[in-house]
Design a protein. Structure first.
Lengths: 211, 106
């Protein structure tokens, strides 16, 4: 969305949350990148490698962690006690930066994750965050009216269950361990993995058994 | 009691009401991946040239009217470049000159 002349249109100046080509910032990015490479801070190859590393991260990794926790009580316990340590030591996933705290959904508690100040998210476990996670609407309202926000995702939490909202920081990322749906007891891990979606690990949805 | 809604900074929006959540499916662009990659490369080094906290501080220091009118990774590159200049890793004049070269080349 070009906005060379921000007054050329007659609608209100709503915040622009979507990204689009906007000359100056792309040039600023390219200038910063090329100067850092010339100064030997990193190489073009380093850039390619890190982009590939982030590209390959996706909610499938998180789903593996959840499925393991559902089928291995010992792992579940270690995961809830020290998330990052359990993930790195037992799942062979490099969680990279920041601590990971895993919060468990139960019959009494439903957990939701937000980053009100910015967009902190367990990128190396779930991949890049979806746009709605970074949106002003989600950031502002998840802590004010979580049940209302969840309803916008089609998720209705029983009023008898407590809803806990976790506000992430640069150094602390949360992962929700969703409840295993009834009827999936005894399923093998590779089948369970398929029903665990990104939103269920952020807490905006609950896991449903497929079919 | 202080009027927190009026003294809070632009980024500090927890508890406000910024409307309904609209699920969108924006595909990340290459230049955005590159900005993200620059940040990761700088923050994951042992000498941590720029930390995540600093990136955020730089974003929070953007003028409110700019914060609201530029995109997500545009905020990142503004913050990153400002911090790199602040730390003397990049020189403002050299950065501006490079941006102008790129603009002229179009």
């Amino acid at each position: 969305m070009p906005h060379d002349d921000p007054h050329a249109h007659d609608h209100d100046h709503a915040p622009i949350e979507a990204d689009g080509p906007q000359g100056y910032y792309q040039h600023l990015a390219a200038a910063t990148r090329s100067l850092l490479i010339e100064k030997g801070v990193f190489s073009a190859g380093d850039m390619r490698a890190i982009i590939e590393k982030i590209d390959e991260r996706s909610p499938a990794l998180g789903a593996k962690i959840v499925a393991r926790a559902w089928t291995d009580a010992g792992f579940r316990e270690r995961l809830l006690a020290e998330g990052k340590k359990a993930i790195e030591a037992e799942m062979d996933i490099d969680a990279v930066a920041a601590d990971i705290v895993v919060v468990e959904n139960t019959a009494d508690v439903h957990n939701v994750v937000v980053c009100t100040l910015c967009s902190c998210y367990p990128v190396f476990i779930l991949g890049r965050p979806p746009d709605w996670y970074k949106s002003y609407a989600y950031r502002s309202r998840a802590v004010r009216d979580p049940r209302g926000v969840l309803r916008e995702f089609g998720t209705e939490i029983d009023p008898a269950r407590e809803v806990r909202v976790h506000d992430s920081t640069a150094d602390m990322r949360y992962l929700v361990l969703p409840m295993q749906p009834e009827g999936t007891e005894g399923w093998p891990e590779d089948k369970l993995v398929e029903i665990v979606t990104r939103d269920t690990m952020v807490g905006t949805a609950e896991v449903r058994a497929a079919g | 009691m202080p009027d927190y809604d009026n003294i809070r900074q632009q980024h500090d929006m927890g508890g406000l009401d910024k409307g309904p959540v609209v699920p969108s499916a924006h595909e990340i662009e290459l230049w955005e991946k590159q900005v993200e990659a620059i940040m990761r490369l700088l923050s994951m080094r042992k000498d941590r040239i720029v930390t995540v906290d600093e990136l955020r501080r730089g974003i929070e220091e953007l003028p409110p009217e700019l914060y609201d009118t530029i995109g997500y990774y545009e905020r990142w590159i503004m913050s990153l470049s400002n911090i790199l200049v602040e730390k003397g890793v990049l020189d403002r004049a050299e950065l501006d000159a490079r941006v102008q070269e790129l603009e002229a080349a179009e």
